[in-house]
Write a protein that binds this ligand. Structure first.
Ligand code: COA
Ligand code: MG
Length: 412
């Protein structure tokens, strides 16, 4: 979308995009989807409207009054050219059962883990499993019921990332700081990976040059296995911020924002690095989480929130997701397939938000103005129109993405 165009000019496109009607939510099983979810969402929203209990501020726990009985508009950030990464599912790669199951989940992003989810004694097996799986996907393709839309990522091991020298090999070439990392990065130089386009999640980075060096080294390795005339798919880097030092350096990451496309906040390691407990209200992590969101928003990268470890209680997850959206996160890490539906749902605009956005943009068009006017008892002006456009843009993007996510028939 041309961001410089005046809102009135963009209206027709925005409304056309949003006019397709129902939005699809796909659960881990292929058969369950759209209608039941839409009904539930409608039913829940009716319940919420009727309820006299005021909603709570997810951070402070204080009650907040919904604005004049109307739906509360979050105004999700626009996803400028970036992928949808609402749910970010970790899959410890030594476990073949998990690998199979992950491919059948509705995760927007599947992160094959070689780091902390895998015991040192299992790392070798984990690499072998990934090699086999990627070979199968690249040669035979995805099977019926598998999620072909998910962004595939590899979470590599880390070495404390001590400084630029750590990456220096003979005659100043870049080399991996350990054999373990070298083996992880070798995995990314497979032909299957080049075909599938697997991205990198870099844990515990402390400085932007860690990201640059990992990327350079992977590209170096990839170039060695392909025909030099062939272009290599863009390799996206996703650093995870999980130390006090990385949090302090978030400003530096902003200056190198072109090096990565999303950023992840990892609560457990952050709390360990700070020597603090992970409290129920998460207030002691607000500084780091909010800073990370600001860096991402200022640099058009996707901020991804912490894991909810209570994977058996979806009401806790739901509350955490609301809190994440409220802070500006655009997605959340998951550790279990059962968490995906809740995360995808809450990190998507609600039906009422989409309806509100359409009605507002229609009113703008009718009024033939992009200045301030009254809408549903409130003053609206350009920032509000932009919010409405963002909601429609995201909703439209989600609808398209969900439509083709799962393989329903095999193409020969
Ligand atoms: N990815 C893919 N599939 C998963 C999965 C995951 N992360 N976690 C569980 N599953 C699958 C199981 O294989 C099982 O499927 P099956 O019955 O068809 O075999 C199903 O989901 C239900 O699993 P369940 O029995 O409820 O969980 P579990 O006891 O097997 O595992 C955990 C629970 C927490 C140990 C497991 O979910 C896990 O290891 N998560 C990832 C942890 C991680 O990556 N940590 C590092 C990042 S923070
Ligand atoms: Mg961690």
């Amino acid at each position: 979308m041309n961001r410089c165009a005046r809102p009135v000019v963009r209206l027709a496109t925005a409304i056309r995009h949003a006019s397709q009607g129902t939005r699809t939510y796909v659960d881990s099983s292929l058969a369950e989807n759209v209608k039941t979810d839409l009904k539930n969402v409608k039913k829940n929203s009716k319940k919420q409207k009727r309820s006299k209990v005021p909603r709570k501020n997810p951070i402070t726990g204080e009650p907040i009054e919904p604005p004049s009985g109307k739906v509360e508009i979050k105004g999700h950030s626009v996803l400028l050219g970036a992928r949808l990464r609402r749910s970010f599912l970790y899959v410890p790669a030594h476990n073949e059962r998990f690998l199979e199951k992950a491919l059948k989940s509705a995760a927007d992003c599947i992160v094959f883990d070689l780091e902390d989810g895998v015991a040192p004694s299992e790392k070798k097996q984990a690499r072998k499993n990934l090699k086999n799986l990627w070979e199968r996907l690249a040669t035979e393709g995805y099977r019926i019921g598998e999620n072909q839309g998910a962004d595939l990522c590899l979470r590599i091991n880390h070495e404390g990332w001590l400084g630029p020298k750590q990456w220096e090999g003979p005659s100043k070439t870049i080399q991996a700081p350990s054999l373990e990392i070298d083996q992880d990065l070798d995995l990314l130089a497979l032909r299957s990976v080049l075909k599938l386009g697997v991205n990198v999640v870099a844990p515990k980075v402390n400085f932007p040059y860690d990201i640059r060096n990992i990327r350079e080294l992977v590209l170096q390795k990839q170039k060695a296995v392909v025909d030099p005339s062939r272009q290599i798919k863009r390799l996206e880097m996703i650093p995870t911020i999980e130390t006090a030092l990385a949090t302090l350096n978030l400003g530096l990451f902003h200056s190198h924002a072109k090096q990565f496309s999303a950023m992840v906040f990892a609560s457990e390691d952050y709390c360990a690095s700070m020597g603090i407990p992970r409290t129920q209200d998460h207030s002691n992590m607000l500084f780091a989480r909010s800073q990370l969101v600001h860096v991402c928003k200022a640099s058009r990268n996707t901020p991804i929130d912490m894991v909810c470890q209570d994977f058996k209680d979806l009401s806790i997850l739901e509350k955490e997701c609301e809190e994440g959206v409220y802070l500006g996160f655009e997605g959340k890490q998951a550790i279990h397939p059962d968490q995906i539906e809740t995360i995808n749902r809450i990190f998507s605009p609600k039906i009422q938000e989409v309806e509100w956005a359409k009605a507002l943009l229609e009113a703008v068009e009718k009024n033939k103005t992009d200045g301030a006017f009254e809408f549903e008892g409130k003053m609206v002006d350009r920032p509000v129109f932009r919010k409405a456009e963002n909601i429609l843009e995201i909703s439209n993007r989600i609808e398209k993405f969900e439509k083709d996510k799962f393989v329903t028939k095999l193409e020969f």
